[in-house]
Design a protein around this ligand. Structure first.
Ligand SMILES: *Cc1c(COP(=O)(O)O)cnc(C)c1O
Length: 514
């Protein structure tokens, strides 16, 4: 980009939204180099000795707001110079958390996959919107095909549910869960699409106390109310208690409610537990309920022949939420809803807007898949996943999952060897390891009455220290009557045993005086 307002030897003015090599070529290449260097390669290099990058550079909100203010669009309305824009990009990179850093274990997403990034950049360079074939020919076909490939992993290659099923990409697992609720309700009472809930008995669904909170939000959004979600207890491992599920269903029927759905979870958000899907499926069949499996987190295990057994019974689900942006480390966002039933997406969602989905187009309009979605304009989230899948092969994605699970095993073994750590669940089922750190001062005081209230304060304090230092990010939370505990999660196959050791050492260091 030239100095704003200055003349370059081509047509066009500096404000025009049109890429011109002579005007923007240098600028875009500088930005790309800066991103590759500062955000991608250097930004994800762990610190050892002098080199490497911290996970974050902590700045409190007031100070950061003041710094951000320096980068506001100019108050006098004038355009910025190239130098100002580059300084702004550097500021954004500097103060952003490096979620691709191997010591970022804070959430159910992490790592920066190079092929995923390439797919993300390719998507953005083309800026498509996947509603019609005419505007997104490649991506329309790509979405359809990748959803089929995912169903094949769920149901088996030639299974009718794989071939005849359906699916959509959603802007996040929460929306996928919401969409599942809407479809389940439509199956139960198709008249709701036109009439709303007017004149209906109270419609209720069931989920476990450890299910994702989006189930409540989406029930509220759809007029079922948060209280339309009936909570089922979990057992000591955090799995849905199927006996209690039946009790709750019977109770709801006794109240004159109309049960229509069970939302099971495969890989709960905090404990990583797997609800017993075969038993839940039997209950759903008995009462004629839609079976949804929220496998936002656990779905990626389907790639692993060694670990897919954790999802046994998922093939019985009517609908499945699966976020490839979690365990498979596809860049955000990449979330899907897979369906056993063909046609219901269209029947439930379509509105046939005549300005977009004209039926008299010159090509087969069944490729205009947009009308079965709830959104109108829609970002392409399939390409980055396709790119990764192609680059690594199914074998590579399997190795990715298996390595994570091996690292988890190592982490648990190392943790158990140290007396300052205590597991919340003795046998973690998945890639969430929940544990307490017990500072030396509290070791051996388990019987004192304020032991647990002391432990409750430890994780927040260590979290503050790790963030201010920038060395590590691991999340913590309380659950039920358990006081605050750390939840270590892994989705990066780029982390190694030395990173697992680093986490335990660092927490011990940060908390030794507490
Ligand atoms: C993360 C998660 C979700 C929500 O997915 P988003 O993409 O963050 O909206 C839903 N269910 C489970 C089990 C999750 O772990």
């Amino acid at each position: 980009m030239a100095e704003p307002g200055s003349h370059v030897a081509d047509s066009g003015e500096w404000y025009e939204s049109q890429p011109i090599e002579a005007r923007h070529g240098v600028f875009l290449r500088l930005i790309t180099d800066l991103l590759l260097n500062d955000a991608v390669f250097e930004g994800t290099k762990p610190q050892n000795g002098a080199g490497g990058c911290p996970v974050l550079r902590w700045c409190d909100p007031e100070n950061l707001a003041a710094r951000l203010a320096e980068h506001r669009p100019s108050a006098d309305g004038r355009p910025a110079t190239q130098e100002q824009l580059l300084a702004f990009v550097r500021f954004v990179v500097d103060y952003s958390v490096k979620t691709g850093h191997p010591h970022f274990f804070n959430q159910l997403f992490s790592s920066l996959d190079p092929y995923g990034l390439a797919g993300q950049w390719l998507t953005d360079a083309l800026n498509p919107s996947v509603y019609t074939y005419e505007v997104a020919p490649v991506f329309t076909l790509m979405e359809t095909e990748i959803l089929l490939s995912m169903r094949k992993l769920v149901y088996g290659d030639n299974h009718p549910s794989a071939i005849n099923g359906d699916g959509i990409f959603c802007p996040g697992g929460s929306m996928a869960n919401g969409c599942a609720i809407n479809l389940a309700r439509f199956k139960f009472a198709p008249e709701v699409k036109a009439n709303g809930l007017h004149g209906m008995p109270r419609l209720v669904l069931f989920t476990s106390e450890d299910a994702h909170y989006s189930v409540y939000k989406m029930a509220a959004l759809q007029g079922l109310g948060e209280d339309g979600v009936i909570v089922v207890k979990t057992d000591s491992e955090g799995r849905m208690d199927v006996g209690h599920l039946e009790t709750q269903i019977e109770w709801a029927i006794g109240k004159g409610y109309a049960p229509f759905m069970v939302s099971a979870t495969a890989g709960t958000t905090v404990l990583g537990a797997f609800d017993p899907l075969p038993e839940i499926s039997r209950v759903c069949e008995k009462y004629g309920l839609w079976m949804h499996v929220d496998a936002a987190w656990g779905g990626g295990l389907l790639f692993s022949r060694s670990h897919r057994g954790l999802l046994a019974g998922i093939e019985r689900a009517d609908s499945i939420t699966w976020n490839p942006h979690k365990l498979l480390a596809v860049p955000q966002q990449c979330s899907t809803l897979l369906l056993k039933h063909k046609g219901i997406l269209s029947a439930c969602h379509s509105r046939s807007a005549s300005y977009l989905f004209q039926k008299d187009k010159f090509y087969d309009t069944s490729y205009d898949i947009g009308d079965k979605y709830l959104q109108c304009g829609r970002r392409v989230d399939a390409l980055k996943f396709w790119m990764m899948w192609k680059a690594k092969g199914t074998i590579g994605l399997e190795r990715h999952v298996d390595k994570i699970m091996d690292n988890i095993k190592y982490f648990v073994q190392q943790l158990q060897k140290r007396k300052s750590f205590k597991l919340v669940l003795e046998k973690p089922a998945f890639a969430n390891i929940c544990f307490w750190f017990v500072p030396p001062r509290l070791q051996g005081t388990e019987n004192s009455p304020d032991y647990w209230s002391q432990i409750h304060k430890v994780a927040p304090k260590i979290k503050e220290r790790m963030m201010k230092k920038g060395s590590l990010m691991v999340n913590y939370q309380p659950l039920r009557d358990w006081p605050n505990f750390f939840r270590f999660v892994l989705q990066s196959s780029g982390t190694n045993q030395k990173d697992m050791d680093f986490v335990l050492n660092e927490i011990e260091q940060l908390g030794k005086d507490l």
